[in-house]
Ligand binder design. Structure first.
Ligand code: DOR
Ligand code: ZN
Length: 457
């Protein structure tokens, strides 16, 4: 009798860890070959490997997918570069990011998309998708941008930024018709621009320069109206939509109504809306708090958490929006750069909540990995640990403790609002398609390893 042929060597086996999925956490080993998961099961049932990672005592999660980041290049490399940003992502357990189009030039043409792709592909150590911009003047180019590999499109329904102005409703409906035909989910910054402009002008004319004026400008109504208008337009055109950075509890009934009547709408919220309120202005500086949409008064975070846990809000993203601290701390509120870095701190903040018993690791995997992959067409290639999936894997040590500190973050614009927040649980190793890109809090990936998730169609 001839002995069986020796099993083929695979690249890597990760043994000893607890593999987390939304509904299950089970001890299992994972075999990886050529960047993909080729087997999951008992270690003795797996093929021999060139390399073994011992994950004893660790949890094994799919890499997080952050569908809302601003990585700033081209145009604003003093705030962030694709190198610094993807290093921050890798250390933070994020293996795929979707980058927003409000760069300079904005990502509103095939040429701009190709320019950004070249920048990202040269530097990234995690995988990425690039948003195309929906504007009034480029509707005839959306399809070509999709064919050139735009992963999704961004509609600035609430914008005072001349680089990315809000299209009129006529153009929005036409854009949604195009999105429906292409079958691409469109992400919406859902605030009402005329309302923001009117109130902004009135507040400025009244001489207001204080931080409270930012909230008086961006009243909850601006978000509520835009969420419901997005739902009606999506319902009418058949477009798939995604509501970015939900900030207010007042939107939640409107989101539920839209979903109940079958609108294909997904929704995200971000850590700053879950962990902060206007009360944090005293600690951080009132002007530092500026973000669009705003962090609101106490009383919103609880309902947003409940909505995230019950699935009304599908996705945890970050709206990673780095600026220099000096840009955020100007004396006049209208001059303060809005937004915070988030891609490196999101997972640790949520793991601390897991340690406190506020959610399970499975729930975290659902909102940070599975749901974004499903919403944006990456599932089951990403967002899940299963045979055939990309080996985008994060090893988490729930015993690691510490505190968030801005000067330990990898972003250039590292002005985190979560300074000193307690850490209980950290990603200790991040793999993208089988290659380790972060180890023990240090980025170790090779620039250029990160790949676009949507090849030209
Ligand atoms: O606060 C924000 N910052 N909101 C946005 O919509 C854009 C972002 C940025 O790019 O800085
Ligand atoms: Zn954003």
């Amino acid at each position: 009798m001839t002995p069986p042929p020796p099993a083929r060597l695979v690249d890597l086996v990760i043994t000893g860890g607890l593999v987390v999925a939304p509904e299950t956490t089970v001890p299992a080993a994972i075999a990886v070959d050529q960047g993909r998961i080729v087997a999951i099961g008992q270690p003795d049932a797996l093929p021999p490997a060139r390399e073994t990672i011992d994950a004893t005592g660790l949890f094994v999660l799919p890499g997080a997918i952050d569908v809302h980041v601003h990585f700033r290049e081209p145009g604003f490399s003093h705030k962030e570069t694709w190198t610094s940003a993807t290093q921050a992502a890798a250390v933070g357990g994020v293996t795929t990011v979707f980058d927003m189009p409000n760069t300079d030039p904005p990502t509103g043409s095939v040429a701009a998309l190709e320019q950004k792709h070249a920048i990202a592909a040269a530097q990234a150590i995690v995988d990425f998708g690039l948003y195309g911009l929906i504007g009034e003047t480029n509707l005839d180019q959306l399809e070509a941008m999709a064919q050139a590999g735009a992963a999704s499109f961004k509609l600035y329904m609430g914008s005072e930024n001349p680089l990315v102005p809000c299209p009129c409703d006529g153009a929005i409906v036409e854009a949604f018709e195009i999105m429906a035909r292409l079958g691409i989910r469109c992400t919406v910054h859902a605030e009402n621009t005329p309302l923001l402009s009117w109130r902004g002008e009135r507040l400025r004319a009244a001489g207001r320069t204080d931080a409270a004026a930012h909230l008086e400008q961006h009243i909850d109504l601006a978000a509520v109206e835009a969420v419901s208008r997005t739902a009606v337009f999506a319902e009418w055109t058949g477009a798939k939509v995604h509501i970015a950075h939900e900030s207010t509890r007042h939107s939640l009934p409107h989101i539920r109504f839209a979903k109940d009547r079958g609108v294909d709408m997904t929704v995200e919220t971000c850590p700053h809306y879950l962990f902060l309120s206007t009360d944090d202005g005293a600690r951080l500086g009132e002007n530092f708090m500026r973000v669009k949409p705003p962090v609101r008064e106490p009383g919103h975070a609880g309902p947003l958490w409940n909505a995230l846990l019950d699935g009304t809000i599908d996705i945890l993203s970050t709206d990673h929006a780095p600026h220099l601290r000096a840009e955020k701390m100007r004396p006049v509120i209208w001059d303060c750069a809005p937004g915070f870095p988030g891609v490196e701190t999101s997972m640790v903040l949520m793991l601390a909540e897991v340690s406190r018993g506020c959610l399970t690791l499975g729930q975290y995997v659902r909102m940070a990995c599975e749901a974004p992959a499903k919403a944006f067409g990456l599932y089951p290639r990403k967002g899940v640990l299963a045979v055939g999936a990309d080996a985008d894997i994060v090893l988490v040590d729930m015993e690691k403790t510490g505190r968030v500190a801005a000067d330990g973050l990898h972003s250039i614009g590292n002005a985190t609002p979560f300074e000193s927040f307690e850490i209980r649980g950290r990603p200790v190793r991040t793999l993208v398609r089988g290659a380790t890109v972060a180890l023990d809090g240090r980025p170790v990936g090779t620039p250029g390893w990160g790949r676009a998730v949507t090849a030209p169609r």
